[in-house]
Design a protein around this ligand. Structure first.
Ligand code: GAR
Length: 199
């Protein structure tokens, strides 16, 4: 499946997909990696893997709509069939999601609908929850609000810092995101409204 990944930062989730693809353990071809950040570390990871990269910095466009139009045009020209958001820190508009015509997945470091948006791990610690985790979901026009595919809990420890909690969640993210994509590729995800069932 011709796949593109959108990133904004470090790219550890991207690396998991690059590794699975190059090792032939996942039936996707990573055709391109896009970013809203020209200097994202993730873009370097993609280059190292020989994947073509392109940055779409918001500042280079008159508005967000123009940035999304160029991004979507690029993805369509590449014949993308699956789009994975891996630490892409922008909300895609409803127009983008509707016009895409291919599935878009995202991973988020909390048990949604708790703590959407940025710094989810800090939000969880400040709220005082005892359990957090991560969520893989289909992307809709909202903020981390699309139909949930998989979730896994991670216990919060009293001595946790934002960094230690994020690190334990990240370990789970790397496994859970791969699993969700495997299920999608195997045709095992049935969607009915916002309910996703693994069949
Ligand atoms: C991950 O923890 C991911 O869940 C989070 O950003 C991090 C990216 O790490 N995404 C969001 O918060 C999206 N709302 P990575 O660049 O090393 O994959």
């Amino acid at each position: 499946m011709r796949t593109a990944v959108l990133v904004s930062g470090r790219g550890s989730n991207l690396q998991v997909f690059l590794d699975a693809w190059t090792q032939g353990t996942l039936a996707i071809e990573i055709v391109a990696v896009g970013s809203d950040q020209e200097n994202a570390q993730a873009l370097e990871r993609a280059r190292q893997a020989g994947v073509s990269v392109r940055a779409f910095p918001l500042g280079a466009y008159p508005n967000r709509r123009a940035q999304e139009r160029e991004l979507l045009g690029w993805l369509k020209d590449l014949g993308i069939e699956l789009l994975l958001l891996a630490g892409y820190m922008r909300v895609l508009s409803g127009e983008f999601v509707r016009e895409a015509g291919f599935p878009i997945l995202n991973i988020h470091p909390s048990l949604l609908p708790a703590f959407p948006g940025t710094q989810a791990q800090r939000q969880a610690l400040e709220y005082g929850v005892k359990v957090s985790g991560c969520t893989v979901h289909f992307v809709d026009e909202g903020l981390d609000s699309g139909p949930i595919i998989l979730q896994e809990a991670v216990l919060v420890r009293s001595e946790d810092t934002e960094e230690s909690l994020a690190a334990r969640i990240l370990e789970v993210e790397h496994r859970l995101y791969l699993e969700a994509v495997r299920l999608l590729l195997a045709g095992k995800l049935k969607r009915s409204g916002r309910i996703v069932t693994v069949i």
